[in-house]
Design a protein around this ligand. Structure first.
Ligand SMILES: [Mg+2]
Length: 206
């Protein structure tokens, strides 16, 4: 359930439809919306890392709940949370100009809760790896001693998050790219931002 109140939305008047901007890729839409949303450019690497960890937690909760009590509402909630996960992965990747297209949509897979839960564990592990890399990048930025990481490691870890999210979507009867576009636009509308996403880029073939 949304915590947004009418009071929260005061001063964020919805834009008129002719002022909306439409973007053909998630990266382009994320770059444009961040300029619109984070007007002071204050979002830090740690903020974005924390944001992704939060969304992964919500997605795991939504997937587990949907697997036991599947309804149209639980499926829509899972779609939203998986969309958030991908959007937040891309926000981290764009800090280092890391391309992050979605994996291809897998062939239909039969529902199996045991396998699904194994994939949820894999998603949690991948998200933990991202957090660990973000910590090391921040550590280097502030000059603290300790082990280091690289944007290349971040790219690999973010890609693993996408692979697991894609698998969870397919096992739940969802198409991840559709989840992303739908949630991106719903958030823009909710917050009163003009940026809209038309489609989400996928990798070819693999
Ligand atoms: Mg969320």
């Amino acid at each position: 359930m949304s915590n947004t109140t009418n009071e929260d939305l005061q001063g964020t008047l919805a834009p008129t439809s002719d002022s909306l901007t439409y973007h053909p890729t998630l990266r382009e839409a994320n770059i444009t919306r961040q300029r619109e949303w984070d007007t002071g450019n204050q979002m830090t690497l740690s903020y974005s890392g924390n944001e992704l960890a939060g969304e992964v937690g919500e997605a795991i909760e939504a997937a587990a709940y949907h697997s036991f009590k599947p309804t149209a509402v639980t499926k829509a909630n899972l779609a939203d949370e998986l969309g958030d996960v991908v959007i937040c992965c891309d926000l981290l990747a764009m800090r280092y100009d890391i391309p992050l297209p979605l994996p291809p949509h897998p062939l239909a897979v039969p529902f199996d809760r045991e396998i699904l839960f194994a994939v949820l564990v894999d998603l949690a592990i991948a998200a933990g790896a991202v957090s660990n890399i973000v910590k090391k990048l921040e550590r280097e930025a502030i000059g603290m001693k300790g082990s280091r990481s690289t944007p290349g490691h971040l790219a690999d870890a973010l890609d693993t998050v996408l692979v697991e999210a894609n698998d969870i979507a397919a096992r739940s009867g969802l198409v991840l790219a559709d989840c992303v576009a739908s949630k991106f636009n719903a958030t823009s509308e909710k917050v009163g931002l003009k940026t809209r996403l038309l489609s989400v880029e996928s990798r070819d073939g693999d």
